[in-house]
Design a binder for this molecule. Sequence first.
Ligand SMILES: Nc1nc2c(ncn2[C@@H]2O[C@H](COP(=O)(O)OP(=O)(O)OP(=O)(O)O)[C@@H](O)[C@H]2O)c(=O)[nH]1
Ligand SMILES: [Mg+2]
Length: 320
Amino acid sequence: MEELELLKERILNSDKRAVSRAISIIENGNSVSEKLLNSLYSNIGKAYRIGVTGPPGAGKSTLTNQMTKFYREQGLKVGIIAVDPTSPFTGGALLGDRVRMNQVSNDDGVFIRSMATRGSLGGLSNKTVDAADLLDAANFDIIIFETVGVGQSELDIANAADTTLVTLVPESGDSVQAMKAGLMEIGDIFVMNKSDRPGADAAVMSLKTILTMKEKKSTDWETPIVQTVANTGEGIENLISKIDEHREFLKSQNLFEEKRKEKLKTRIKEIVALLLAKEVWNNEREALLDNELNKALKGEESPYTIANKILSNYKQLLTV
Ligand SMILES: Nc1nc2c(ncn2[C@@H]2O[C@H](COP(=O)(O)OP(=O)(O)OP(=O)(O)O)[C@@H](O)[C@H]2O)c(=O)[nH]1
Ligand SMILES: [Mg+2]
């Protein structure tokens, strides 16, 4: 317990090594992590959270690196959480990220952490948000989540971020594909990166057309498209000012609190589901499930029937 107190103090003093240790504790997901998060919770809520998503190789890390440099010049501290939904054993991609980010990674005001989340109970959202909360408590001003948009992960990121950037590139059809994949719904700002490549203007035009089809009210946020060349830094200043505008917009419309409240609600429901699942899945009910599986396989019982049996078994325990 004392050790936990000490860790907490170090986190509140922006000690990067303490933050790193605490994130490892969170990744292990035991009761210590819950205690730590509870004790820090009154110190969070100050950091601005930015999600960066988009197709593989769109330049998300390069962009994050440039944004980080920009924020550092303003004296702001930046925490980066690279969420890897694909593999817990990624070598190449994350290594690449480190190389591209090493301009900023030796800086005391920058914290970078990769979190691989495949197979973790409850998906990635919960633990990455926990990690972001830690960074928030450690006085990081800006938190950037980077994740490749390949399914569920970008939705989780959008739920964790105040402003979500969808990064696209001019290559044919990319943007249209991405739109189909549901990225359109979550983008507060679209970034046409690699705008040094041929076809960038046309890609922006077609993206504009797609965005105008999005249903919206006159008071809604006008989703901008920002052109960047992330590896040279071109357009980054403009991108940062769009992020500022979005932040101001949320504040002026009283949406900021409302959005955070909505996200908190989703998060608490996720935690309840997680805690419940943990309670339900003891050895006895795992065995019950294994027993019943053959019946489902033969078509004798539906998955719902079996699920209800398992729940009844759990509820029985509650009433005695
Ligand atoms: N020509 C050009 N190349 C770029 C630009 N931005 C990034 N790149 C290059 O594109 C490649 C991929 O960039 P990353 O930043 O790793 O892309 P990413 O989206 O983080 O990639 P994953 O995390 O693997 O999905 C690198 O070789 C970058 O140098 C750009 O604006 N123009
Ligand atoms: Mg990357």
